[in-house]
Design a protein. Structure first.
Length: 137
């Protein structure tokens, strides 16, 4: 018996008018905020004046809901843009150096001093210390 396995499981399912649940929920929340703003402003100013901020909120909501750049939606795109600006330095490759650098965005930074890196190609004394500790156990 054969089963069909979906190829692109990360794509959002389109529910209504070619919009996903995420997009529909963003549009509904933004629309309700715009509508409540319009209703509250309409009591104190003319309808055309109250319509201006309402249209701005609706346009911003549609932009956030429908934004897609390189398969990224609005929120991952903005967080990656912030990471790029925080870590904007020239990255050079060095042999025998760990290239991973932790991105400390929205995390508490550790106040302890970083450990000393050991080049295992040239310094074998660290292995001898580990062996001595293992033999004591």
């Amino acid at each position: 018996m054969q089963y069909k396995i979906p190829v692109q499981i990360e794509n959002e399912d389109k529910i209504f008018l070619q919009l996903s649940i995420r997009q529909l929920s963003i549009i509904m929340v933004g629309g309700s905020i715009a509508y409540s703003l319009f209703k509250s402003l309409r009591q104190s100013v003319w309808d055309t004046v109250a319509l201006f901020p309402t249209v701005l909120i609706i346009l911003l909501t549609l932009f956030i809901a429908l934004f897609k750049n390189s398969e990224m939606t609005f929120l991952p795109f903005i967080t990656n843009l912030i990471r790029l600006n925080i870590n904007s330095g020239t990255r050079t490759w060095q042999k025998w150096t760990d290239s991973f650098s932790a991105i400390e965005l929205w995390y508490i930074k550790s106040s302890s001093a970083p450990e000393k890196r050991v080049d295992s190609k040239h310094d074998h004394s660290i292995y001898q210390e580990i062996e001595d500790k293992l033999h004591k156990i």
